[in-house]
Every structure is written in structure tokens, then in C-alpha cells.
Design a protein around this ligand. Structure first.
Ligand code: GCO
Ligand code: MN
Ligand code: MN
Length: 388
């Protein structure tokens, strides 16, 4: 059905590192050969993606000489133009090189911190050259195995200093990036600073140019820790801070799996897609995931197609949910405000305060009511199973 075929207007993006993942894990070596950036751009465009995102070193090797860098970048730019692909987001690899083993922006060694900021300035230059509008900060190495090594207040303070420095650089260069902090609780560090969306939102309010900063939540990161990702995204939306999102699949309580979007917990993914669509979120729908290690290149493209198709199927299900008369009747009933209390609470005026003080509530009536959420959830399940 053509409605489930991805189009550029769906704003789907993948990282070069995602479809480019060669299946290395802590227990085994690569199982697929690496794909060139140009071939990834071509294939993703054919599949209907809007763009590709990258870390500096996904494209340009860390030790490339300036001339080599320029020729790689110009070949890549040509491929973007040839295949009508965008680079909406760029980021820095501050986790792979041994220099960052003790942290990057939060490292104890000020020279490591300075190098991390310099590397990010150069990666921001690269992203701007490719047209990126969002710049992601994922602090993969910003954490500890033992808190004997540093006071967490110093970690946070250094993080802030580095981000303030980079926001000033952004302003000076006129890049006008939207900066998105990506929280994660652990992996690769034992514990990572800013583990949750809420922690990142709190931290953002302490930055010099806090308006420029938002979040890049990832399904797997909250789910690993047993948290409700839909609630986290809801809070980010409410704060006007959902600048980007990383979609994937993950079982709770496991290692970082980064499965295909929709591979795990279809119901949670449905509520996520429903929320994104109903909120009017206009940013990229970025898949930060990779194919199972069992796959060859064909499986990689099955994986990429699957991420996008499942999103579109769930988007259609969200539409059906809105059209379903029985579901909507239950919702209407539980949200009804016949006596105007919702209005009263929304306006803390003196009149409303005294009105509320004078009100007599019947606790028994309030407590004896049934909400019909069993039926509502069953209807949702049946809708997702194609039975409605
Ligand atoms: C992870 C992270 C990364 C980041 C990426 C972009 O768990 O490894 O999700 O994939 O998203 O580095 O900043
Ligand atoms: Mn991740
Ligand atoms: Mn991510």
C-alpha cells in the first residue's frame, strides 16, 4: 500500500553509523563489510529517507590531513545533491578515541577538555558546511566507573563551561544551531552524567544561552533503565525542548540493543508515534539503531525499510485511534468537565480559590467510579492487532 512507502516529507533520517554498523560487539568482530558514505546516501534516498546524520569521524577520519578532508567532504556533498539528501543533524565523536577514555567535556585533565571542545568546534564547522541545523551532544564518555575520581559537581560544572564555550562559538560563526543534549543512563560508562531527559532539562536552564539548547531523547536509553519514554518525550514537548529524537527498539533491563524501530514493545511505540503526530513535532524522525548482527547487507536495508514502514503503520493506527467511536466515547467520558473544575484549576484567582475552599466533595462518589481503562486498553490492543 503506497501510504506506507516513505517519502521525503516524512522526515526520516538515519545516521551514517547506523546502517553503516558492521556488527562489532564486545564479544565479536565485524560481520559485515563497511559501506561507503556515498553508497549509504544513494541507497537511503532510494528507500525514501529525507537525510543522513553524522559524527565528524563517520565521514572524515580523525587523522585526515586538510586536503584529504576537503576531498571527502566535496565528494559527499556531491552525493547529497545528486540524491536529494539532507544532513539535518551533526555531532562529534567524543567517545571512540582513547584520549576520551576518562571523559571529554567532563574529563579531569583540562587538556582533554580543551581538545574535546576544539574537536567539536571543527565538527560544528563541518556540520554547518553540510547544512545541519541541529547539533547533538551525546556524552557517551561523560561519566564514571568510580566516583572516587571526581566530584559530580565538577563534572556538571565542566560540562556547562564547555557548552557555554561552544554556544559562544556558534554565535560568533553565525551557525545558529539548535543544540540538543542526548541523555543516557549508562553504557559505555558505568554511570553517565545527565542520565535522563528531566536531568538534561534541569541542566539546560543553567546554561548561558539556554534558549539554544533542547534535548534529543532516545527510546532505548529510557527503556534500558525501565523508564517510560513516552512520558519523557511528553515533558520535553511541554517544555518546548524536543529538538530531535532518536528512535529504535530496546528491551528493558538489557544491554544497549539499538534494534529496529518497532522491534520491541509495539504498544509503547504506538503511544510514542501518536504523541509525536498529535503534538505537531516538526523535527527529524531519526533512527539511531542498527541491523541484527546476523545480517548481511540485504538485511541492513530490510532493517532500514522496517524502521520507516513501522513508523508509518503506527501513524495510521494513531489516526484510526482518533476515528474509533468506542475508544473516543470512553475518552470523552473520562475527560468530561460538566461542573467546570478544570477551568477553575486553570485560573488560580482569588474568586476560584474561595470557591474551591467552599466546595463540598463526595469522596465516596469519586472513589466508587470505574474508568473503563480495561476496555480502553483492550480496544487499543485489538486496534494494533488489526482487529478493528
Ligand atoms: C549511543 C548513542 C549514540 C548517539 C550518537 C549521536 O547509545 O551510542 O545513542 O548513537 O546518539 O552518538 O550523538
Ligand atoms: Mn543509543
Ligand atoms: Mn542516540
Amino acid at each position: 500500500m503506497s501510504q506506507y512507502v516513505p517519502k521525503k516529507t516524512d522526515r526520516f533520517t538515519f545516521g551514517l553509523w547506523t546502517v553503516g554498523n558492521i556488527g562489532r560487539d564486545p564479544f565479536g568482530t565485524a560481520v559485515r563489510s563497511s559501506l561507503s558514505a556515498v553508497s549509504i546516501v544513494r541507497k537511503l534516498s532510494e528507500l525514501g529517507a529525507y537525510g543522513v546524520n553524522l559524527h565528524d569521524n563517520d565521514l572524515v577520519p580523525i587523522d585526515a590531513a586538510p586536503a584529504e578532508r576537503d576531498s571527502i567532504v566535496s565528494e559527499f556533498k556531491k552525493a547529497l545533491a545528486d540524491y536529494d539528501m539532507k544532513v539535518p543533524m551533526a555531532t562529534t565523536n567524543l567517545f571512540y578515541d582513547p584520549a576520551f577514555k576518562e571523559g571529554a567535556f567532563t574529563a579531569n585533565d583540562p587538556k582533554v577538555r580543551a581538545y574535546a571542545v576544539q574537536k567539536t568546534m571543527r565538527a560544528m564547522d563541518l556540520g554547518a558546511e553540510l547544512g545541519a541545523k541541529v547539533y547533538v551532544f551525546w556524552g557517551g564518555r561523560e561519566g564514571t566507573e568510580t566516583d572516587a575520581c571526581k566530584d559530580p559537581r565538577d563534572g556538571i560544572k565542566r560540562y556547562r563551561e564547555c557548552l557555554n564555550f561552544l554556544a559562544a562559538y556558534d554565535e560568533e560563526q553565525g551557525y545558529n544551531y539548535r543544540f540538543a543534549i542526548e541523555p543516557k543512563p549508562n553504557e559505555p560508562r558505568g554511570d553517565i552524567y545527565l542520565p535522563t531527559v528531566g536531568a538534561a532539562l534541569g541542566f539546560i536552564s543553567t546554561l548561558d544561552k539556554s534558549d539554544k539548547f533542547g534535548v534529543n531523547p532516545e527510546y532505548a536509553h529510557d527503556t534500558m533503565a525501565g523508564l517510560n519514554f513516552v512520558h519523557a518525550v511528553g515533558q520535553a514537548l511541554d517544555a518546548g525542548k524536543l529538538f530531535h529524537i532518536d528512535l529504535n527498539g530496546q528491551k528493558p533491563g538489557r544491554y544497549d540493543q539499538d534494534y529496529r524501530f518497532g522491534a520491541e514493545d509495539i504498544k509503547a511505540n504506538f503511544f510514542l508515534v501518536k504523541l509525536l503526530e498529535e503534538s505537531g513535532y516538526q523535527g527529524s524522525l531519526h533512527f539511531d539503531a542498527h541491523a541484527y548482527r546476523t545480517e548481511d547487507e540485504e538485511g541492513v536495508w530490510d532493517f532500514a525499510r522496517g524502521c520507516m514502514r513501522t513508523y508509518l503503520l503506527l501513524k495510521e493506527k494513531a489516526h484510526q485511534f482518533q476515528q474509533d467511536a468506542e475508544i473516543q466515547a470512553i475518552l470523552q467520558d473520562v475527560h468530561s468537565d460538566a461542573e467546570g473544575y478544570a477551568q477553575l484549576l486553570a485560573a488560580p484567582t482569588a474568586e476560584n480559590r474561595s470557591k474551591l475552599n467552599a466546595t463540598q466533595f463526595n469522596r465516596e462518589i469519586l472513589g466508587s467510579r470505574g474508568y473503563r481503562y480495561e476496555r480502553l486498553d483492550q480496544l487499543t490492543t485489538e486496534l494494533l492487532l488489526g482487529m478493528r
